[in-house]
Structures are given as structure tokens and as C-alpha cells.
Write a protein that binds this ligand. Structure first.
Ligand SMILES: [Zn+2]
Length: 337
């Protein structure tokens, strides 16, 4: 694990490297920022660097600690996330208090090096777990570093937020993602740039759309083809959306679709990510009235199904798609042509 392998975030990485070099590492950090930009990879790399016996701006990669970190079996690194011990998503998709207790026990013993705990999805702690965890933040065990990782930091308890050194990870620049896709994944430049534009600064979104694991392309095409009045089609699509592993990603794609309609109707079709949106906007003889209202509806539905709300996915998708095709706040259906 090397800081060199992390895309972008130079300033943030320098803060962390300098903290290690100066021996001034905070007890607890919050790595916040959108999903899929490298927060967890940075947290693991940082934990490794903290334990390297020969750190010189980078972990050496060859000492015993580095090798154990690389193999993922260093006793000084614990990662907790909203899954149960068998790796299955816990029924509530939350971090339970028993996991926090285990971490607290592990932190009690003194260790060689720095004990690091990464809490991935820190906003998804059960309330009791968050309260228990707060105690650890209030009295951090000697020689330990806690790194909270969250894409929804505003949902953390203010008392937790206030105790962490905050490192904010911004979306990656499109150029960085395009370089990665063309350089390391062998995509031709046009394809790499197109995917980079759609990925909203997230490398994991870019990689997901590359293998299209959740069937995003097909679902988005069905959405675009829906016509007003096609209630059966809308309900069928809502059901399939609610079952997709990539629902959040698809909703992001639908937001991009409305964004593309907006820029296209403003006469800037060249800025559209999705060429179909530009053609569609050009065919439509009246101006779209409120693509941003539709954009907001999609974003609202996305928030509703995420923690801590956990609205019923299928119902939320049904309400969303029906509103989008049946007029919603303006009379613009996606499939009108
Ligand atoms: Zn080392």
C-alpha cells in the first residue's frame, strides 16, 4: 500500500504524510466526501504508514509490518463496516453495538506501533453503537488512531464530528478518472472521457459503469423509453430498479439525464454526457419547463432509500417513476417524443 497508488487528493495526502513525519497524528479522523473517491483506500494506506518501521514519506513496503498490512492480517488494523461477522449485510445494514464493544476490547491492550481502527460507513452506526463509540473518542486509548469514513458525514452525531480531525475528499477531477481508465484499463480516450463525465468524480462509479454489473445501461434505456400513461411499464421498471444492486448508481444516471436535458435545451448540447438526451431535447419542440425539479425528485428518492431513512425501495421507486412520467411538477415525461 502506497500513497502513490491513490488517485488525486494531493493536499489531503500531504496533511496525513506530514502528520506522521512530525509525529503529530490526531487520535481520531473523519474522512468525509462522496462515495468511491478513495477515502477507505487512503485510510488503509495511512494505517499502514503509521505502522511501518521505516517510513520516509511512504511506507517502505518491505518491513514485517508493511508485509502484514499488505496481506490484510496485521493485528494493529481493524476495519468495521455495516456488515455482520460472516460478511453478510446485517439485517438493519447498521453497525451494531457488539462490534463497537469488540473494538473497544481490542484497543485496551497495548501494542507495538499504532493500533488503527477504520469505521467504514460511520454514519451507519446504531444509536447505541454511536453512543458507546463516543466514549472511545472522548478517552482515546494510548497509541491508537481511529479513522471514521463516511459519505454522509452530516448524519453523524455532532458530538462525534467535533472530536475528529476532518479531512474532506472532493470528487476526483474528470481528467484524473479519464487518465486512469485509459492508462490502466486500456480504454480508448473518447470512451474513457465519456465514462469519466458520467461518473460524478467517483472512481468506483466509473468502474461499475464499465462492467455494468447492476444492469444500469439497460434500466436507464427502459426509463428513457417510458411514455406518459405507461403505468405498467413504470411499475415494472420500479420493481426492477428496487432489486438492482446498483440502484444508487442508476439514480445518479437518471440525474445526469435531466442535467443533460437542461443543458441541451439551453442550447449547450455539446455539454451533454448522454448524446441521446441532446437528440431528445432537440426533437422536443417546446422547452422543458423544469428539468431541475425532476432532478430534485430523483435526489429526494435517493435520500429516502438510504440510511438512516431506509424507505421501502419498491414503493419509493414506484412513486418516483410515476411522478416522473405523469407530469410531476411540470409536464415533462422522459419518454415524450
Ligand atoms: Zn515498512
Amino acid at each position: 500500500m502506497s500513497f502513490k497508488n491513490i488517485l488525486g487528493h494531493e493536499k489531503e495526502l500531504n496533511i496525513l504524510k506530514n502528520a506522521i513525519s512530525c509525529g503529530k497524528v490526531a487520535h481520531s479522523f473523519l474522512f468525509s466526501g462522496p462515495a468511491g473517491v478513495g477515502k477507505k483506500l487512503t485510510a488503509r494506506t495511512f494505517a499502514g504508514a503509521l505502522n511501518c518501521r521505516d517510513f520516509k514519506g511512504e511506507a517502505c513496503g518491505s518491513c514485517r509490518d508493511c508485509r502484514m498490512m499488505e496481506a490484510g492480517n496485521h493485528p494493529n488494523l481493524q476495519i468495521i463496516c455495516p456488515t455482520d461477522k460472516d460478511g453478510d449485510e446485517s439485517p438493519e445494514g447498521l453497525i451494531r453495538i457488539d462490534r463497537i464493544r469488540e473494538i473497544q476490547n481490542a484497543l485496551r491492550f497495548k501494542a507495538d506501533g499504532k493500533k488503527a481502527v477504520i469505521v467504514d460507513g460511520a454514519d451507519r452506526m446504531q444509536p447505541a453503537a454511536a453512543n458507546a463509540f463516543l466514549k472511545t473518542l472522548e478517552e482515546p486509548p494510548e497509541g491508537s488512531v481511529i479513522i471514521l469514513v463516511s459519505a454522509h458525514a452530516t448524519e453523524l452525531l455532532p458530538t462525534i464530528l467535533s472530536r475528529c480531525r476532518k479531512i474532506n475528499f472532493r470528487p476526483l477531477p474528470e481528467g484524473v478518472i479519464a487518465d486512469y481508465l485509459s492508462g490502466r484499463k486500456g480504454l480508448n480516450r473518447d470512451h474513457a472521457e465519456m465514462i469519466a463525465r458520467q461518473s460524478c468524480g467517483s472512481i468506483s462509479t466509473a468502474l461499475r459503469s464499465l462492467d455494468d454489473a447492476g444492469g444500469r445501461k439497460e434500466l436507464l434505456e427502459r426509463f428513457i423509453r417510458l411514455t406518459p400513461g405507461d403505468v405498467d411499464g413504470a411499475l415494472g421498471l420500479a420493481e426492477d430498479l428496487s432489486r438492482s444492486d446498483d440502484l444508487e448508481g442508476i439514480l445518479e444516471s437518471i440525474k445526469v439525464w435531466y442535467r443533460d436535458l437542461a443543458v441541451s435545451t439551453l442550447g449547450e448540447a455539446r455539454l451533454a454526457v448522454n448524446p441521446v438526451a441532446a437528440e431528445f431535447a432537440a426533437r422536443e419542440d417546446r422547452r422543458f419547463q423544469a428539468p431541475w425539479d425532476f432532478f430534485s425528485l430523483v435526489e429526494g428518492a435517493r435520500r429516502d432509500i438510504m440510511p438512516p431513512r431506509y424507505a421501502n425501495k419498491q414503493l419509493t421507486m414506484e412513486a418516483l417513476i410515476l411522478r416522473l412520467i405523469e407530469g410531476g411538477p411540470a409536464s415533462m415525461g422522459p419518454g415524450r417524443s
